[in-house]
Design a protein around this ligand. Structure first.
Ligand code: ZN
Length: 481
């Protein structure tokens, strides 16, 4: 039986005058929401919910989107609509522009009947993973400089594919957190970044085998952290928390004591936990109270039943295994000692879906596969459809369900007034055929138009006025001496 603490309480908050009731289920993180009155105190747009000044990271001005065919992600059918974005939020949605009462100086985007829908979310990315292992090339440079440059390049690929949030489940050192901050403040274009920091595993665990990357703590900026013992796992969680983690990523192998210590520590800090695990380790992790399991890797029927019972979700990531299998297979790995053909993986995904487990969409594009975008994301939507789902259900999994798995459902995932303005404009009907997502027109992230007519739109910088007095003095005295 799971030995997770029972946190069951009601939290009350307000969002634009609407009362919200959140039920915190067994074993989930302590979110401390009951102590923050959101009508008084603004909080960060991530699962940490840190108090921020009102208007923090919010762009100025308003945007009117007229003549939309709105697929809002709630499950409602697409309908004619107009939207008013104010700063970073969707302020109003009407059947026509006349209902918006928009300010006269609002930027107007006429989408001429194209589909407007919530931005896509990718729950499994590695923004800074190397493109090659064991080669002294720029693509395998594990310095923070190399990691940041790879990350910035990949952000562009995602956002030009209509992805407005990525969940980074392991990257190098501080790089994913800096990428997150620079995107959030509008200094570089990209999707929102929700980062775990380094993947935590035991010595010799998944991602540390063979010619894998350098690992923390001996290499502090590693994307993988090798820990030992319950206290070691607890400390590794705190190291990610200190850097700014939005959630915690664990990898097998680990002992029961180690995984339980990590999960308990993360939950006490208010962070959800997801795990890359297989066979017996998935059972152990689910018993310890993890919130999510990545990949379609083998697990027993008992584990599947327990996942369903405890509301542990699955990010099935079938597409990377299809690529691995197309390349021959997953060889020489000590953490992948099982058969994982496409048929076996799909059968596992079907079992999880049939058991009622919540399934999210993620692509796990390692090495250079991000260059295939948007195809891998579309392939994962097709994989989801192969569970017997409609295109509209696939889009809802990619938006609403993914936001729920992130712990961001109150701010992301659907287009309703009060939500953050993350949306895409598609010249087609992706809710009827997901292939239409290729015809991406506009992408808006946090109320900023980032993609226009299918490509990055970077506004010219605003020239700041140089002061004529009190000019900052560069003190070179210490150098002169
Ligand atoms: Zn991964």
């Amino acid at each position: 039986m799971p030995q997770t603490p029972i946190f069951r309480r009601l939290c009350f908050g307000t969002l634009l005058g609407l009362s919200i009731v959140t039920v915190v289920a067994a074993g989930q993180p302590v979110d401390r929401a009951a102590w923050i009155d959101s009508s008084v105190t603004a909080t960060s747009d991530d699962p940490r919910r840190v108090p921020v000044p009102k208007g923090f990271n919010e762009p100025a001005g308003s945007i009117v989107i007229r003549n939309a065919r709105l697929f809002d992600g709630t499950g409602a059918p697409a309908r004619p609509a107009a939207l008013l974005i104010s700063g970073s939020h969707v302020l109003r949605i009407g059947a026509s522009e006349a209902e918006l009462a928009a300010p006269a100086d609002a930027q107007v985007i006429d989408v001429a009947g194209r589909t407007v829908m919530p931005g896509l979310i990718d729950l499994h990315t590695h923004l800074t993973y190397v493109e090659q292992f064991g080669l002294p090339a720029a693509t395998s440079d594990e310095s923070q400089a190399g990691a940041a440059l790879r990350g910035q390049e990949r952000l562009r690929y995602y956002v030009e594919s209509g992805v407005t949030s990525v969940r980074d489940v392991a990257s190098h050192g501080a790089a994913p957190f800096l990428l997150k901050q620079w995107v959030a403040s509008g200094r570089i274009p990209g999707p929102r970044v929700f980062a775990a920091g380094s993947l935590i595993t035991a010595v010799g665990g998944h991602a540390t085998e063979g010619e894998a990357m350098r690992t923390a703590p001996s290499y502090p900026d590693g994307a993988v952290y090798e820990a030992s013992g319950a206290n070691g796992f607890r400390n590794a969680v705190r190291v990610q928390f200190k850097r700014g983690a939005d959630f915690i990523k664990l990898g097998s192998h680990f002992s029961k004591e180690e995984v339980r210590a990590a999960v308990d520590e993360a939950h006490a800090l208010g962070l959800r936990v997801t795990v890359d695990s297989e066979t017996i380790y998935t059972q152990t992790a689910v018993e310890a109270g993890v919130d999510c399991v990545e990949h379609p890797l083998p697990r027993s029927d008992e584990t599947i039943r327990l996942m369903a019972k405890l509301n542990v979700c699955s990010v099935m990531t079938l597409v990377p295994y299809q690529y691995i299998n197309a390349g021959g297979g997953y060889y020489f790995s000590t953490s992948r000692r099982f058969t994982e053909t496409d048929a076996v993986n799909l059968a596992m995904a079907k079992k999880m879906d049939a058991a009622g487990i919540k399934i999210g969409i993620g692509t796990d594009l390692v090495v250079g596969w991000y260059r295939f975008l948007p195809e891998p994301y579309l392939q994962e939507l097709r994989n989801y459809e192969s569970l017997g789902k409609t295109p509209a259900q696939a889009l809802i999994a990619a938006t609403k369900t993914n936001a729920e798995i992130l712990g961001m459902a109150d701010r992301l995932g659907t287009l309703i007034p009060g939500k953050l303005a993350d949306l895409i404009v598609v010249d087609g009907r992706p809710d009827e055929n997901v292939e239409d997502l290729r015809k991406l027109d506009h992408v808006i992230v946090n109320g900023r138009v980032v993609v226009r007519n299918g490509r990055l739109d970077i506004p010219r910088h605003v020239e700041e006025k140089a002061p004529l007095s009190n000019f900052p003095v560069l003190n070179t005295q210490s150098i002169a001496k």
